[in-house]
Design a protein around this ligand. Structure first.
Ligand code: SF4
Ligand code: SF4
Length: 479
């Protein structure tokens, strides 16, 4: 839709005389051009926390793929090999369960933190916030402070303006490419990837994802910024379901701040009938989403606390008490008691602790060998020359341990079961997958039914590894 797209249908209404008349056309534009937001730089406690958060999170993101562990990359999701290395652990596609657990723990963690402290995730740790902060920092370094940026944008094109803008975009693109390269470095060995990137020798898929992720970073953090939070992020929309009157939110204290109005520092605000808000609008100027927190809690507020720092600074200059804008709860603002430990918080915390403890226990006690038993589907069963009933299986073994193992295999479930295999020693190297055809035989007299439950047991001869896998043994129908 073009920016001038509008509804401009003539409105026809009945007249008392039974006729009709065409009213003036009612134009209602459905498009509002985005007003560029120039967030003013802010200093203070929460700005320092946000900067520390950005430094730690971005530092981890860019450094982790370069770390080595036991002669290999410490964190590597090797998709072609289908192995996921995390420090000294190796996960396989069979361990998908742990990824599910990780997602559940992350979601529960987000619910818990949101119920307790509102949108701290958005304000301090969300990748969109973190990279936008980094891009804003580059922008300020190149274009200068907020007033300078606004002035530059209003200027007609000139060599100076083009040079400044080109420098900013060049730095953004370099940073975005480095981000894309690092992202792919979690899936493809980082050192080779970086060396090949410099010489343009990466494979097509690696190049595609490096450029794709770089483009996404450049677009989201450089251009879209607050629009991602306001229009694209679903979390902003459903967070209200996790809020209650005891949730920590960033609020303007109306009882203290209103009526707002400018005044001299030396003025007697009580005599002038004014509250503490001097209507300087600095809290609006620092807001990365461009909202006015004095209008109340809005879904566009990402909880970055920039307005708290800004307003505290103003309060200090005016000689007023800090905290006109602060972290508080709706109950506190209404003079009521705030309950930190309330049912939903306790419930989220208990589920979170339970699932996290279960996940850790499961990972620590995980058996680094997997066995799949696949029945030969070509025949239900066959009768051997000795008159025994025979079923054929393929035993698929995966040694997920860091060392080779030799295993013994046995089968149970029906009296006098015989296990026939072509090799005596089942030796599997670290990271190896083998397929072992085996035949299981039994006297028909020992079968009580057509389909019988049996189980294969695998024991490592050089370790305590032990796993059991169930299967079915089929025989002739009984009359
Ligand atoms: S920064 Fe504080 S004093 Fe200034 S307009 Fe905002 S709330 Fe009022
Ligand atoms: S209103 Fe305050 S906390 Fe919310 S996004 Fe704006 S500056 Fe950040």
């Amino acid at each position: 839709m073009s920016k001038d797209a509008s509804i401009a249908e003539p409105k026809v209404s009945d007249t008392k005389e039974g006729g009709s008349q065409v009213d003036d056309a009612v134009e209602q534009s459905l498009y509002a051009k985005r007003q560029k937001i120039y967030p003013r730089e802010v200093h203070g406690l929460f700005a320092a926390l946000r900067t520390a958060g950005v430094a730690i999170l971005l530092g981890l993101y860019y450094i982790v793929p370069w770390l080595q562990w036991d002669g290999r990359q410490a964190v590597l999701f090797d998709l072609p090999e289908r192995k996921f290395y995390v420090l000294n652990m190796v996960f396989w596609p069979q361990d998908f369960f742990y990824l599910t657990l990780l997602l559940i723990v992350s979601a529960l963690g987000l619910f818990f933190v949101t119920a307790l402290a509102g949108r701290v995730w958005c304000g301090y740790a969300c990748p969109q916030t973190v990279w936008t902060e980094a891009f804003l920092w580059i922008e300020r370094k190149v274009e200068g402070s907020r007033p300078r940026q606004m002035k530059l944008d209003k200027e007609p094109n000139s060599f100076r303006k083009i040079r400044i803008k080109a420098t900013k975009h060049f730095l953004w693109i370099v940073f975005a490419l480095f981000t894309g390269l690092t992202f792919v470095g979690y899936f493809s060995p980082m050192r080779e990837l970086a060396a090949n990137f410099v010489t343009f020798n990466n494979g097509p898929w690696e190049m595609f994802w490096i450029y794709f992720y770089a483009l996404a970073t450049y677009g989201n953090a450089g251009w879209l910024r607050e629009q991602v939070c306001m229009y694209m992020c679903p979390y902003a929309r459903f967070q209200s379901a996790m809020f209650d009157k005891d949730t920590m939110i960033i609020s303007f204290d109306e009882s203290r701040g209103l009526p707002k109005g400018p005044r001299k520092k030396t003025a007697d605000k009580t005599a002038a009938g004014l509250g503490d808000c001097i209507d300087c609008t600095i809290c609006v100027q620092v807001c990365p989403t461009g909202i006015d927190i004095r209008d109340g809690l809005q879904y566009q507020c990402i909880g970055c606390a920039a307005c708290i720092d800004a307003c505290d600074d103003v309060m200090d200059k005016m000689g007023y008490e800090r905290g006109l804008i602060r972290y508080t709860t709706e109950n506190t603002l209404q003079g009521k008691h705030t309950h930190i430990f309330r049912p939903r918080v306790i419930l989220y915390a208990m589920i979170l602790m339970g699932v996290t403890a279960g996940a850790f226990y499961s990972i620590l006690t995980r058996t680094p060998v997997a066995m799949d038993v696949i029945r030969d589907r070509n025949s239900l069963y066959r009768e051997t020359n000795d008159g025994l009933i025979e079923n054929v299986y393929i035993i698929k073994l995966m040694n997920m341990d860091k060392q080779a193992h030799t295993y013994s295999l046995s089968v149970q479930g029906i009296p006098e079961l015989l296990l026939k295999k072509d090799i005596d020693d089942i030796s599997v190297k670290s990271g190896e997958v083998i397929e072992l055809p085996v035949r299981v035989q039994v006297d028909a007299d020992n079968l009580k039914q057509r389909s019988n439950e049996i189980s294969f047991t695998l024991d490592a001869l050089d370790d305590e590894l032990h796993i059991v896998e169930d299967a079915r043994f089929l025989g002739p129908a009984f009359k």
